[in-house]
Design a binder for this molecule. Sequence first.
Ligand code: GLA
Length: 726
Amino acid sequence: MAATFDVGRGIFTLTTRNTTYQMMADSFGYLLHLYYGAKTAGFTDWGLTFADRGFSGSPYELGRDRTYSLDALPQEFPTQGTGDYRSPMLVVRDSEGTCGADLHYVSHEITEGKYSLPGLPAVYANPGEEAQTLAITLRNERLGLNVRLLYGVIPDKDIITRSVIVSNNGEKAFTVQKLYSSCLDFTHGDFDLITFYGRHAFERQYQRHNLKHGIFSVGSRRGMSSHQYSPFIILAGHDATESHGRCWGMHFVYSGGFCAEAEHDQYRQTRLIMGLAQDKFSYELEPGEEITGPEVIMTFSSEGLGKLSHSFHACIRENICRGKFRDSPRPVILNTWEALYFDFDGRKILDVAESAKALGVDMLVLDDGWFMNRNDDFRALGDWKADEAKLGCTLSELVNKVKSIGLDFGIWVEPEMISEDSELYRGHRDWAMVIPGEKPVLARNQLVLDLSRRDVREYIIQSMRGILNEGVTYLKWDYNRSIAELYSHEGSNGKLAYKYILGLYEILERITSEYPGVLIEGCAGGGGRFDAGMLYYTPQIWCSDNTDAVDRLSIHYGTSFGFPMSAVAAHVSTCPNHQTGRITPLSTRYTVSMTGAFGYELDPLKLTDDERREISRQIQQYKVDREIITSGLYYRLSRPEDINRYCAWEYVSQDGSKALINAVIPQNHGNMPVIYITPRGLTHGAFYRDIQTGETYPADALMDSGFPLDMPKSDCESFTLRLERV
Ligand code: GLA
C-alpha cells in the first residue's frame, strides 16, 4: 500500500518507489510533519524535539508544560493564530475582522486511485497504474471551518501531490485571505533554493542561492504564472549536483498568480510553502461554500537534480498532458509570425504553404493578422471572423486549399483578450475587466475579458467553434498581457483572480473534449504561462518569443528542470535574428530547436537553394529523432556556470539503447581548450557506436572522462552525436 496509517502512533506513511513521506496526528490533534526523504522502513517520530522556547506560544491544553510549541515543530498545514509565527498556509478572517483558526485532526480516509479536482487540472493515474489518495479532515469549531487535505501518491513515478479544500460548515460567512496548497517543514539543515526568473523573451533563467535567515519568495501578481518567475521551485542540499545529493521540488498545477516562500527561521528550521497569490485575493465563503487550493506536485531525489527532473518530466508527460497528442508525434510546423508578421494575403499564404510542403513540413500555422481589421496590434481582438478580403476567400476555403497542398492547417488566436477598437467592445464594454471611474491599463493596446462570466465564456467557446468547424486542426492559444485590474461587473472581485483561471480551464476543457483531434499550443507572449496547469490542456507551449539560438540555450536549460522537452515548442527562424540581431549557423538553429516540439518560423520563399536542401535534411532527421526527443530521458550535461562556454544536453531512450547528444559552443576563442562532454544514462559495461562514424566507445569511459568535441571554427557552432548500444 502506498498510503498507510498506524493507529497506535497516529502516523501516516506515503511510500513511493524511492521515497517515504511521514506525518503524525499527535495527541493534541495537530498534524506534524515527520519526514520526506529516501525510502525507509519504520517510523520517524524520533526526529521531533521538545524544548521550552521563549516567545513561542504553547497550546492551552499543555497547562504549565512549555516544551511544546507549534513555532518550533514541523507541520503539515500551518495556520495563523496558533503560536506558530512562521508564514502560514491559511489565513481566515471572520465577519468581525478577527483572524486565526486553530485546526485539529478529525478523521482520514485512504482510497484507491488518485483524486481529481473539479474545475482544476490535476495529476491523473493511467489505467493500470498504481495510485492512492489520502484525505485528512481538520476542523476549527468556532468558525465551523473544515479543511480537507488531499495527498495523492503515484508510487512508480516517485510523485506525491497535495491539494486542499477549505469549506464553511458553520453558520456565518468568513473570508479566506491566504490559501497555500503545500508545505515542507525541515527541522534542521542548510539549503540552496533554486528558482527560475526571467522576462518577456528571456524566460526561466536558473538561479541558485544559499538560503539565509529570513523569507525569500517568488511569485506572480499578474494573473498569469508569468515570464518573471516560474511556479516551480527546488530546495537542494548545498552539495546537490545533477547526479548527486538530496533535493525536493514543488510544481504548482495552476496558471494564475502564485507565491512560493522559503523561510529559514530562528531555530535554523526551513519552511517551503506554495499556493495562490495573496495579492487582491479575498475569498468570502458563505455557509455551505468551499474553495479548492490548486494542486502542487512534489518529488524528492537522493540522486541529484537529474533524477528530480526525470520524475517531474515523466509525471507531466504521462500524468498531466492529455489527449491524442500526449503520445502521438507532433507535426513539424511552419509558423508565419516571424516570416510575415501582419503583411500577407491569401496568395502569399498559399505560396508559403507550397514551399513549406516541398521542405517536408507537416502543418502551416497562420499566426496573427488573419481576422477582420487586424493589420496591426492596435485593434480587433475579440472579433474572430476571417478577413476574407485579405485572404481572398473564406477561412474554410483557405484551409481546404492548404490541405490540398498536403499540409494541415493551424491558426493563431488570443481568445481571452478584447481590443477597445473591436465590434465586441462596442457591443459589450462590460465584458472587459476595467475599474469604473479609473482609466484602464493598456498593455499591447488590449484589455482582458472577464472569464468569470458565463456569457463571456460561452462567447469564446462559440467563437472557437466557428474556427475549428472550418477544418482547423491546431490552435496557437496566445495571451499577450498581464492582468492589472480585477473588476467584474458581476461583483466578487476578491474572488476574481481565481475565478478567471477556473473560467479559462472550463473553456479549455470544453474545447479539448469537443475537439479531441485538435492540438492546442499554449502561448503567452512566448513562455509567460508555461506551467503544469496549461499543460493539462495544451501538451506543448511556445517557450519564448526569443528564437535566437544562443539565448534559447539558457531558456531551455532552465525550463528543463521542471518540464519535459515534449512540452517545449521551438522554431528555427531567420538570421539576423529578429530579437537579438545575432547571426548563427542554420545547423545550430536546428540543433537548438529540435529540442522538443519543432518547427520553422521564417519565409521559405526567401531561402537559398543550399538552405532549402539543409532544411529538408533537418526535417527528415528530426522525424528520425522525434521519438527519443519526446519520450527519452533528458540529461543536462553542462553546469550553469558552463553554459556560456558550452551547453550540452542528451536524450537517452528509456531502454538505454540509444543516445542523442547535442552541444553548442556560443563563442569561439583563440587557441581554445578542448571541451569534453560527459554523457550520462548509458548502460554500464556496454559499448556504444557513433552512428555517423561507426567508431565504438566503452560506455563507462565515456561517462567517466567524457568525449572531446571538435575544435570550433567560428562562433555558435553545434555538435551532435548519435550513439547506439552494440
Ligand atoms: C505573441 C506570440 C508570438 C506571436 C504574436 C502575434 O507575441 O508570442 O509568437 O504569435 O503574439 O501577435
